[in-house]
Design a protein around this ligand. Structure first.
Ligand SMILES: NC(=O)c1ccc[n+]([C@@H]2O[C@H](COP(=O)([O-])OP(=O)(O)OC[C@H]3O[C@@H](n4cnc5c(N)ncnc54)[C@H](OP(=O)(O)O)[C@@H]3O)[C@@H](O)[C@H]2O)c1
Length: 193
């Protein structure tokens, strides 16, 4: 079977890609919650490639590189860093000259061509980890096999946005909905082709 491409999205109810503050959002659980389990931990064995836009890549490297983990970070965050550093990290950029984190590779150009090439290469599944503008390109070009969305209980009104105009509609099949403790939803949809 071809490698599956999942787009991970983290958004407010109105579709903005920000980690908004709301009651409970700053509580760091000792154990991974449904967000961590659904978006990441359940995928550790089946995913070996992550695609980032340049800004998200730089943000992730700063926080999630194993070398940058804080002593106070929970064990599941260390596991997440180890997972990322086992994966091939593809960073899309026309400006970045070199990478300094993990098994990273800079790519530029048409994402349709990139997806076609990756799907032909042997390997496990692929996650597109944002940011919103890159996720939007994948949605608009209908390149994803499925979508995992964390929807935060906030109407935010500004910032990078996930949604936009489409040439053709993307029809989705709902796979699961999880309601989290502080009012977030985790939605999993597959694309209908
Ligand atoms: N998962 C996440 O990381 C996540 C989730 C939610 C919100 N956010 C927030 O969203 C913001 C970043 O998202 P963003 O949408 O602004 O940026 P982004 O998608 O992370 O990065 C955009 C950059 O990616 C490069 N790029 C994208 N497509 C390309 C292509 N086809 N070819 C070559 N380069 C390409 C360009 O880099 P160059 O300028 O180098 O050419 C472009 O400026 C951050 O503030 C972050 O906090 C992130």
């Amino acid at each position: 079977m071809a490698r599956k491409i999942t787009v991970n999205m983290y958004m407010t109810l109105d579709g903005f890609g920000v980690f908004a503050k709301y009651p409970g959002s700053d509580i760091e659980e000792d154990e991974p919650d449904d967000f961590w389990k659904e978006m990441w931990i359940s995928r550790y064995d089946s995913v070996d490639t992550i695609i980032f836009g340049r800004r998200s890549y730089e943000g992730h490297a700063q926080v999630h590189a194993l070398a940058n983990r804080k002593k106070t970070d929970k064990e599941y965050l260390y596991d997440y860093s180890r997972f990322l550093e086992r994966c091939k990290l593809i960073v899309l950029s026309n400006t970045l000259q070199k990478t300094t984190w993990g098994n990273s590779k800079i790519e530029k150009g048409d994402i349709g061509d990139l997806v076609e090439r990756l799907k032909k290469e042997p390997g496990k599944d692929i996650i597109v980890e944002g940011g919103p503008s890159l996720a939007h390109d994948f949605i608009q070009r209908r390149l994803a096999d499925d979508y995992k969305m964390l929807v935060m209980p906030v109407i935010y009104g500004k910032g990078p946005h996930y949604w936009g105009t489409m040439d053709d509609q993307e029809t989705l099949r709902l796979i699961s909905v999880k309601k989290m403790t502080h009012g977030e939803l985790i939605l999993h949809y597959a694309s209908v082709r």
